[in-house]
Design a protein around this ligand. Structure first.
Ligand code: ATP
Ligand code: ZN
Ligand code: MG
Length: 504
């Protein structure tokens, strides 16, 4: 700790103050019965001019950096009052954190901001050097420990496969064909590869099928349950994704958005000159004209819906809040995983979001599933199944396994709806297509966005991702492209299938 003046003359006061701190502020909050040794204490100290050097040791109950912050406050106040000395700066020259890991790591583990990470068996020694007080005050040391534990846990999940447990199966049903509908549709001019990666241009027949799927979802599922439509913007600022976990979970799948540094045409003149002369975009000049990204394109719609209620107190009569968005398209950098219309970089999704008490959401889930069953059985006549899977909010926060609540009747969790795609092979051996999901996430997002009810009800939330490309891919893979073979209830809602535009 650095003070505003030479403090070599204050040794006696320091001796008294530090002993007092050891007995009081550094022990505060220890659970009853725990030895004071398990708190935090100064074990040695010395003074050199304006600097007070301290060696501090703690047990698991008061973390040493927390102790240092308390001590700074205590010494700052007392020395200020009694000797008119100001405490200028707190730096941890060296900070060693020892803790146990959930398992022995399967490989090397590293982390930024650390001077060293030493692991022996399940014991981890994290060494930090020259830590500024702002870093500890923001809770970053605690998050380093959490992150290390998380990384070791993630190593344990690797290659283990995801959690999957069947709930119900509707089938088998007759398959009309076993072709890949996207290839067949491309041959018939129903769609065309988009101008950028992983996107498609849907021509009239396919656009009509997709819009029919959308109408079915809205009219047969959402409106009858009382969902109300909202329209959200496409751009998601980073702070929203930091709250939801996406910024840690899927930063490698996000399309990032940069703003121009300026709209002043004069600043863009050189860029425009180059385009005019070369018919190419001068990337280096463009780079200088853009700000670093500060947002991303919609990945899923729920984060912005939660943001829209951030910090608000909602009238009790509103619960459960039932809303849905179908305005924001989802963009994801799928890279090598792209295939057909079922795994694309831009897709059309309807996302209902629900916020209410745990009981309300449990009941709502049953009613939602009932409406979905009606659509997939009575209208689309699909062969499909439903299974509990790793909750998306863990997956998109970078976790891949574990943490499902089986003993809890799955109050929280994610269920996937999967369809058999005959072109991929047999029912038993091929991978089925997740065409939508449904989750209850507990209070994770209501807490993260500080959403409250008038009378302090316990608030949970959840969402369901209705992927229109996936509904369509599942339907066409099972039913083919000949409307003569499509189920009557679907045809009724489709009307006449428009012709595509003939090109030569
Ligand atoms: P997958 O495991 O197939 O990548 P996901 O777990 O990433 O899916 P979620 O984020 O849970 O998907 O999104 C919910 C729904 O969004 C999916 O059920 C699906 O309908 C749709 N979806 C997700 N990714 C894509 C994609 N790349 N192309 C088309 N639809 C998608
Ligand atoms: Zn969601
Ligand atoms: Mg995915």
């Amino acid at each position: 700790m650095t003070f505003s003046r030479d403090i070599s003359d204050l040794s006696e006061s320091l001796e008294t103050l530090i002993s007092e701190a050891n007995e009081t502020v550094l022990r505060k909050g220890l659970p009853p019965g725990v030895s004071p040794e398990d708190g935090c204490r100064v074990v040695s100290w010395s003074v050199e001019g304006t600097v007070l050097f301290l060696e501090v040791v703690s047990g698991p109950h008061v973390r040493a950096h927390e102790g240092m912050l308390r001590l700074r406050k205590f010494l700052g106040q007392r020395l200020g009052r009694e000797h008119r000395v100001g405490l200028r700066k707190l730096v941890l020259d060296e900070y060693v954190v020892e803790f146990s890991l959930p398992a022995e790591p399967g490989g090397p583990v590293s982390i930024p901001f650390a001077h060293a990470v030493e692991i022996e068996g399940r014991t981890c020694r994290l060494v930090l050097r020259d830590v500024e007080d702002g870093f500890i005050q923001r809770g970053s040391v605690d998050r380093m420990v959490k992150r290390l534990i998380h990384k070791v846990e993630a190593q344990g999940y690797e290659g283990k496969g995801e959690y999957w447990s069947l709930i119900e199966y509707h089938g088998p049903k007759n398959m009309v064909w076993d072709r890949d509908p996207t290839e067949e549709m491309a041959a018939r001019g129903w769609l065309k590869q988009g101008p950028t990666k992983g996107k498609w241009f849907y021509r009239p027949p396919l656009a009509a099928v997709m819009r029919t799927m959308e109408r079915i979802a809205v009219e047969e599922v959402l409106l009858p349950l009382g969902f109300r439509e909202v329209m959200e913007p496409h751009h998601v600022p980073f702070d929203v994704w930091i709250r939801t976990g996406h910024m840690e979970g899927v930063p490698n799948e996000i399309y990032y958005i940069s703003e121009p540094r300026t709209r002043d045409p004069a600043a863009w003149e050189e860029f425009i000159d180059h385009v005019a002369i070369t018919r190419e975009v001068p990337q280096d000049i463009l780079g200088g004209l853009l700000s670093p990204p500060n947002a991303g394109s919609c990945y899923a719609q729920c984060p912005i819906i939660y943001w829209s209620f951030q910090g608000e107190t909602v009238a009790d009569t509103e619960f459960p809040i039932l809303v849905f968005d179908r305005t924001a398209n989802s963009n994801r950098y799928e890279s090598g995983g792209r295939h057909g219309i079922e795994r694309v970089d831009e897709f059309h999704r309807i996302e209902p979001v629900y916020i209410g008490t745990p009981e309300q959401l449990k009941e709502l889930r049953e009613r939602l599933v009932e409406r979905y069953r009606h659509v997939f059985n009575d209208i689309l006549d699909l062969e499909w199944r439903m299974a509990w899977v790793t909750p998306f909010y863990l997956q998109q926060a970078g976790q891949t396994g574990g943490d499902t609540e089986e003993g809890d009747e799955h109050l929280k969790g994610t269920m996937d709806f999967e369809a058999y795609l005959p072109y991929r092979g047999t029912r038993e051996e091929s991978e089925w297509l997740e065409f939508q999901n449904l989750s209850i996430v507990g209070d994770k997002y209501t807490r993260a966005f500080n959403i409250k009810s008038q009378s302090g009800l316990e608030l949970w939330s959840g969402c369901s991702g209705i992927g229109l490309e996936r509904w369509t891919a599942a339907f066409l893979a099972q039913k083919g492209l000949d409307p003569g073979k499509w189920p009557e209830p679907f045809l009724k809602r489709l009307g006449d299938l428009p012709e595509t535009i003939k090109t030569l």
